[in-house]
Design a protein around this ligand. Structure first.
Ligand SMILES: *[C@@H]1O[C@H](CO)[C@@H](O)[C@H](O)[C@H]1NC(C)=O
Length: 175
């Protein structure tokens, strides 16, 4: 009888602590110049979920390509001169230990300019617990949010506030 709750707890803990290895691009040999916009690595990244503790994995020919981690500014301009980190072993693993955006490009000459680049956004603990909030789009970290979330959020808060007030009045009226 007592086994069931502890088993459930065990699986609950497992789902929260399980760190994944995520192959960048979703398949081997995906670290290359995308054939089209719809095939781009950022399209893939928008659909994927990255959590604290997960690892990104790249598989590629270390003799021809590499993975550079850059600042946002360097990512935007494909500036390879001063990377935060450089990997060229062909089997690169990067553990995601802090939340926020990570910027990666190919170190092969001219590849970043042709789209071999990806932004990975790791959600904070707060985001994760909310669950329903959509993952921010990688593009937001370059261009800023497409819509101004503050005005919509304020309107929503105002409505919620009114609702609470109305409910309060109703409850008070009952007693
Ligand atoms: C690339 O970044 C370095 C600093 O990291 C800077 O000195 C250089 O001017 C940049 N190059 C271009 C083309 O923006």
């Amino acid at each position: 009888m007592a086994a069931f709750p502890s088993l459930a707890l065990f699986f609950l803990l497992l789902t929260f602590t399980e760190a994944k290895e995520i192959l960048v691009g979703g398949k081997t040999h995906a670290w290359k110049i995308p054939s089209s916009q719809s095939d781009s690595l950022n399209r893939w990244a928008e659909k994927a979920r990255f959590r604290l503790g997960d690892s990104l994995v790249w598989k590629y020919d270390g003799g021809k390509d590499s993975v550079l981690q850059l600042t946002r500014e360097a990512y935007v301009s494909c500036n390879t001169s001063n990377p935060l980190a450089e990997y060229k072993d062909g089997d690169t693993k990067v553990r995601l230990l802090k939340s926020g955006p990570y910027f990666f490009i190919s170190g092969a000459k001219g590849h970043c300019e042709q789209g071999q680049k990806v932004i990975v956004v790791v959600l904070s603990q707060k985001h994760r617990n909310v669950g329903i909030s959509p993952a921010p789009s990688p593009a937001e970290f370059i261009e800023g949010p497409a819509v101004a979330p503050t005005s919509g959020g304020a309107a929503l808060n105002l409505k919620a506030g009114l609702l609470v007030t109305l409910l309060g009045v109703l409850v008070l009226g009952l007693f």
